[in-house]
Design a binder for this molecule. Structure first.
Ligand code: HEC
Length: 153
């Protein structure tokens, strides 16, 4: 039994080195391209957390699910997201995109899980956690964004 358990753990761990090779380019390429800028995508993110927050406050599970779906399935913008950063900031922003893509999904999973259990207090805590993730990225990156599309003169 122990051996089987150990083998299972090893198998579960195997993809980890692969994850290290995951790049922001691949992540973005895996998404549908939408006709909007990164900034407009962020507007959608704002709607999404708003729907989930309202869904939790009013105990409306469908509103939570639909808001969550926006986070899970959001498209890529019509330009590379890091285009909005200065060249020296692009590598760091790519790393942030990779990291936060997973974090936002995980935070959203917690909101959905708690609301499905009608554990509204936990769901409210999970909404706060998601918001903290949004704010963390904004603290580091929002002011570094350049105006996009860049006006060529
Ligand atoms: C990977 C980092 C990152 C994460 C994570 C992130 N944002 Fe943003 N967000 C940005 C950046 C950068 C901007 C500025 C974009 C610009 O001005 O072009 C921004 C801007 C915004 C704006 C303002 C858009 C506008 O029209 O000025 C909203 C609203 C927003 N984000 C919501 C959210 C919400 C809600 C979440 C979490 C669910 C979130 N963001 C997660 C990086 C992030």
């Amino acid at each position: 039994m122990k051996k089987i358990a150990a083998a299972l753990i090893v198998t579960a761990l195997l993809p980890l080195p692969m994850q290290a090779q995951e790049t922001a380019e691949k992540l973005v390429a895996s998404m549908r391209k939408a006709e909007m800028t990164y900034k407009e995508l962020m507007t959608l993110m704002g709607k999404s957390i708003g729907m989930m927050q309202e869904g939790v406050v009013t105990q409306n599970r469908e509103l939570v699910e639909q808001g969550a779906n926006i986070i899970y399935t959001h498209p890529a913008p019509n330009h590379q997201p890091w285009d909005i950063m200065k060249p020296e900031d692009q590598a760091g922003f790519k790393q942030a995109l990779l990291t936060y893509d997973k974090v936002l999904d995980e935070n959203t999973n917690e909101i959905v899980k708690a609301s499905r259990q009608r554990d509204w207090l936990s769901a409210a805590g999970a909404v706060a956690q998601l918001q903290t993730s949004c704010v963390s990225c904004h603290l580091q990156w929002k002011d570094k964004a350049q105006k996009w599309p860049l006006t060529v003169k």
